[in-house]
Design a protein around this ligand. Structure first.
Ligand code: COA
Length: 167
C-alpha cells in the first residue's frame, strides 16, 4: 500500500463556545471538548486511511486552562504514527479570547483509530511517509506510546476476562 505524508490528512477545526457548550460556571464543558477533539481526529484518520475507522482509545487529557463562553477554540489534528491497522492522531487545542485575541494552549490529546472493514474487523491502513527529522521524531515517540498503550489494553482485557469468568 502507498505510503502517505501527514500533510495529506492534516485538519483543523474551529468552534466558538456557545451557551449550550458550557458547564454551570460558564466554561466549556470538558465532554464537549472531547467530542470536538474526537471529531477533528476522526477526519484525519479517515483522510489518511480512506477507510471506515473507529476510535480505539484516547490517552490522558489534562486541561491546562479554562475556556470561557464566547472564546474561539482551535483544534489542529495531525497523524504521527501507524501500525498495520492503527493510526495515532495528535490534537493540539488552543483557545482565544475573542475581543483581545489572547491565545492560550489548553490541551494536547493522542487518539488511536483502528481501520475496519464493513464487518467491523481491523484492516490495513497506509503507512506514514517519514520525510523530515520531525516526522521521524514524532514517529519514534509515538511508537513508545503505542507499546505502553498495548500493554494497558492487554491488562484491561485480561482483567475484564477474569472478572467475567468469576461471575
Ligand atoms: C477497535 C476494534 C475494532 C478492535 O477490534 P479487535 O478485533 O479487538 O482488534 P485486534 O485485537 O485484532 O487489534 C487490532 C489492532 O488494533 C489495536 N487496538 C485494538 N483495540 C484497541 C483500542 N481499544 N485502543 C487502541 N488500539 C486498539 C490493537 O493493538 C491492534 O493493533 P496492531 O495493528 O498494531 O496490532 C474493536 O474493539 C471495536 O470495534 N471497538 C469499539 C470501537 C468504538 O465503537 N469506538 C467508538 C467509541 S465508543
Amino acid at each position: 500500500m502507498e505510503k502517505k505524508s501527514w500533510k495529506e490528512s492534516y485538519s483543523e477545526l474551529q468552534r466558538i463556545v456557545l451557551p449550550g457548550d458550557t458547564n454551570v460556571f460558564d466554561s466549556l464543558y470538558g465532554g464537549r471538548l472531547v467530542e470536538w477533539i474526537d471529531n477533528v481526529a476522526s477526519i484525519v484518520a479517515m483522510k489518511h486511511s480512506r477507510k471506515r475507522t473507529v476510535t480505539g482509545s484516547i490517552d490522558n487529557l489534562f486541561f491546562l486552562s479554562p475556556i470561557r463562553m464566547g472564546y474561539i477554540v482551535y483544534m489542529k489534528g495531525r497523524i504521527n504514527f501507524t501500525t498495520r491497522t492503527t493510526m495515532e492522531i495528535e490534537v493540539d487545542v488552543e483557545s482565544e479570547e475573542g475581543i483581545t485575541g489572547t491565545r492560550r494552549f489548553t490541551t494536547k490529546a493522542y487518539l488511536t483509530y483502528v481501520a475496519i472493514d464493513a464487518d467491523g474487523r481491523p484492516i490495513e491502513c497506509p503507512e506514514l511517509l517519514l520525510e523530515t527529522d520531525d516526522d521521524k521524531r514524532r514517529f519514534e515517540e509515538a511508537s513508545v506510546r503505542s507499546i505502553n498503550r498495548k500493554a494497558l489494553l492487554n491488562k484491561i482485557r485480561d482483567k475484564v476476562k477474569s472478572e467475567q469468568g468469576s461471575d
